[in-house]
Design a protein around this ligand. Sequence first.
Ligand code: CUA
Length: 326
Amino acid sequence: MPLGVRRIALATLATITVALTFSAVALAGNDGFLPGEAHSPNAHRIHDAYIFVAIFTGAIFLIVEGALILFVVKYRRGKRPRTAEGPQIHGATKLEIVWTVIPVLILAAIGTFVFYKLPGIADAPNASAADSTTITIEGHQFYWLFRYPNGAVSIDEMVAPADEVVHERVVGMDYDVNHSWWVPDFGPKYDAIPGRVNKTWFKAPAGDYVARCAELCGIQHALMDGVVHVVPRAQYDAFIAKRQQNASGRQLGQEEWTGVCMKCHRLDHAYIGPALGGNPLLGQRTGIQTLLRNGQGQMPAVGHTWSNAQIDALISYTKQFAKTGG
Ligand code: CUA
């Protein structure tokens, strides 16, 4: 293939590749370019900051890539000999001032905008005690544990009141690794760091929102997800009251089994850990309590912070598997 033809073929191929890449992003719409839909005031502010920064970075990308392609074509070697030297240019004061001042102005604009938006992201709006609630979120390998103001507990599925400020205390356990609590529709990501209490908040309309662990925390990190059920206040009150009364009930036991045990175990075959079916420990309070509170071998102390009622809840659910082979 002659050199000229090969060059045209390569250029065409490169153009098609770039066009296809961009069309995929464009087709993906909101899921491709923008973060997910914002459902909390702080998420809206993060969204605004994202778009503001994206305008500059997008423009810079187009200008730089455009100039690159233009120069590649315009100043290509063509028929000049390989050894020919280009014009020798030394300094261009005006140009240098321009390319220094413009980035400074851009950074100042971005900095000002972000600092203007930041307080509304970090600080919860004022709300009366009746119109706000605080939920503590514990990150564990590999599940989320939610503690409600009345002592009620749930695993991997948080229930929260709609249209009011929900304060979140994100905590890590000192025997565990770091996790990161992230509900994309609510905006901020907050790390669950041992020894620290990270505070964030949201105020969202009723709906179900996906939560993720956003920090690589071990072999089952990918399974460390959850749901936030935002429901009317009365439904939320009823949920936590029922949980409190039924602190060792089967409902919580099932959540613990699915959210905690099943992340690493199966009944009938070895998975990350050994098979559990028929294990007499499943019906034995002392044995299971020691294992959950202290861990063993590869198994972390998944139940270190559990109350006795929480351990009873698990046993009330798992005793059915103690005898059968699953
Ligand atoms: Cu916890 Cu990733």
